[in-house]
Design a binder for this molecule. Sequence first.
Ligand code: CUA
Length: 346
Amino acid sequence: MKRAIFLAPFLAGTVQALANDWGMGEANSKIERANIFRPLSTPAHEISTLAVFVLAVTTVIFVIVSGLLTYSVVRFRSRRGDDGSEPPQVYGSGPVEFAWTAVPVLIVFVLILTTARSVYTVQAARRPPDAVAVRVVGHQWWWEFQYPELGVVTANELHVPVSDPPGSTPTFLELESADVAHSFWVPRLAGKTDLIPNKTNVTWIDPQEPGVFLGQCAEFCGTQHALMLLRVVVHPRDEWDRWVSAQRKPAAGDPSVANGRRVFESTACVSCHAVRGSGAVGRFGPDLTHLMSRETLAAGAALNTPENLKAWIRDPAAIKPGALMPAMNLDARDLDDLVAYLVTLG
Ligand code: CUA
């Protein structure tokens, strides 16, 4: 009972958050579901092939074992007229003992070797000089994507060029964490790689088709672990170049939203958020320089519309209970002006 009382406010918040999906259900329904059996990138291909092989081997073992078991249960069941004596006990047969030790050892050995080969293919790949480099930082509960060589920083939506033919322009990811352990997982592109505090892990993807791919943090990292979603947007080459040059530009300066900008720069917003070309250089929250170029807000918790943005700033916990962004308690006019300013950050 005590526990129920303790959990009640959290559950109420969760139920409220589930009641309204902030437009994400419809937006996500347009994207093909994450599926490890439909790989589109070399590391995911490796995993998918290995998974099918392991499933085939274990299915054969399952069919043989359950077949023999069923046969024995039916064939040797007790019957009316049995004299109740024990059947002859057979044990210590050298050839039988050898067979049921050697065959499983052999099977396990084959599985170890094929797994090691797949792991090696992914982990031993060298970064070609023209690969795109991204530093991925896991935060509670969002993703930061830095492109050090391009001077671009974004959040929750990883943009990469298409890599067709396979391996032609791969993206190499250096994964780090700002707080607790997270795990980067985009099932159609690569296996899970953990983001560990004070350690850098590396993985890579070479998506072979343009499109949008869904991912998810795959390591429990706190109350909003389930709403630590991400998207990978794979662009054709020319579209990728356009995305990069748009992201490199400083933030738009629109004089008509000067009051919103003043609100942003004179409140605590700037201690967590950066907007290139303004005084805001906070690093704790997402870089907002090109906020409106993103489809989602709060790591895939809400569709990035002016209405949702306003609801998010008014009370982040209504969209994402436990979110580390505080409610700013702005008056209605300042809130409207602030949203009007943020909407210009295209
Ligand atoms: Cu980050 Cu779970």
